[in-house]
Design a binder for this molecule. Structure first.
Ligand code: URA
Length: 274
C-alpha cells in the first residue's frame, strides 16, 4: 500500500503523487496543508432514534440558503446586471464563493449568447479551470461530438455551468456554493431567454428544477423552467458526459435525450410567427 511515508524516496514520492492524482487530487494549492474544508455545508440532524443509520442528506433544492449573506450579495449583483456583459462582469468580480480559494480562474460560459439552445452543466474541471471555458476537457469533447452529430455544434449553443469555479479535486459543488451561484445562473437564463434548456447531469437539473430525484429518474421527461416574468421554457435532462465516459452503455439513452431536445427546439421554431 502507498502511504505518505513512501514519499521519502523519489519512487515513493512518484507513487504517492500518482495515488493522489488518481483520487482527483491533481492540483497544488499551497506549500502547507490548509483546512480548506473549514466551511462545511450544513449537515442534517441525526434522526432521534439513536443507533440508526442517518438518512442520505437530501440533495440541494432550488433556492435553499437564501439568508446566507453571500447568496444575498449574489442576488443583488445578478439582479442589478442589466445585460449579459454586465452579468458576466458581475460574476467575474464576485469574491464570496469559497471555490475561488482553489480555482485558477473563473469559467462562465461559451458559445452564442443569441442561441435558442442553452446547456447547463455542473462545474468546471481541471481543463476548464486552465482555459476558463466550460466543457473543454474529456467530457466536453464527448459533448461536442454529440452536439455536432445532432446538428447543433457547440458554437451554435450557449453552454454554462451551475458554478463558475472549479471545485477542488472535481468534487460535487456544495449546497452553499450552488446557492450562491444560482442567482447568476437564473439571471443568465433570464437574459439569454433560450427557447429550450438542456440540463446536463442531475446536479444542474436539481439546481434549477423543483426536483430531488437523481438523473436516472429525471432524464427522458419534459420539464418547464419558468422565468420571473412567467415565460415557460421547455427543458430536458441528459446524463452528464463524464458519467457516459464511465458508463458507455448509457450513451444511447443520452443520445435519445439530446434528439428529444432538438425536437423541442424544432417545435418552438415551428410555433414562431412567420
Ligand atoms: N463538467 C461540467 O459539468 N462542466 C464543465 O464545464 C466540465 C465538466
Amino acid at each position: 500500500m502507498v502511504t505518505p511515508d513512501a514519499a521519502d524516496t523519489a519512487a515513493g514520492l512518484r507513487a504517492w503523487l500518482q495515488l493522489l492524482a488518481a483520487s482527483g487530487v491533481d492540483q497544488l494549492i499551497d506549500d502547507q496543508p490548509q483546512p480548506w474544508a473549514s466551511r462545511p455545508a450544513p449537515q442534517p440532524k441525526a434522526p432521534s432514534g439513536a443507533g440508526t443509520t442517518s438518512p442520505r442528506p437530501a440533495p440541494p433544492a432550488r433556492g435553499r440558503l437564501v439568508d446566507d449573506p453571500a447568496v444575498a450579495s449574489a442576488r443583488n449583483l445578478a439582479s442589478a446586471a442589466a445585460d449579459l456583459p454586465a452579468l458576466l462582469d458581475a460574476i467575474a468580480g464576485f469574491t464570496l464563493c469559497p471555490l475561488q480559494r482553489t480555482a485558477t480562474q473563473v469559467c462562465i460560459a461559451d458559445g452564442d449568447p443569441r442561441s435558442p439552445f442553452m446547456l447547463v452543466g455542473e462545474a468546471p474541471g481541471a481543463e476548464e479551470d486552465r482555459e476558463g471555458k466550460p466543457f473543454v476537457g474529456p467530457s466536453g469533447r464527448l459533448l461536442d461530438r454529440m452536439l455536432a452529430a445532432a446538428g447543433w455544434p457547440r458554437p451554435t449553443t450557449w453552454i454554462t455551468n451551475t458554478v463558475y469555479w472549479r471545485p477542488p479535486g472535481n468534487r460535487e459543488p456544495a449546497a452553499q456554493e450552488l446557492a450562491m451561484c444560482l442567482p447568476f445562473l437564473e439571471r443568465q437564463i433570464e437574459l439569454i431567454r433560450p427557447k429550450v434548456v438542456l440540463f446536463v447531469g442531475g446536479i444542474a437539473a436539481r439546481a434549477l428544477l423543483d426536483q430531488r430525484d437523481g438523473v436516472t429518474k429525471l432524464r427522458g421527461r419534459r420539464f418547464t423552467y419558468q422565468l420571473p416574468d412567467g415565460t415557460a421554457i421547455p427543458a430536458r435532462v441528459m446524463f452528464h458526459p463524464a458519467y457516459l465516459l464511465r458508463r458507455p452503455h448509457l450513451k444511447g439513452l443520452a443520445w435519445r435525450d439530446l434528439l428529444a431536445t432538438v425536437a423541442l427546439l424544432e417545435e418552438t421554431r415551428a410555433e414562431e410567427p412567420a
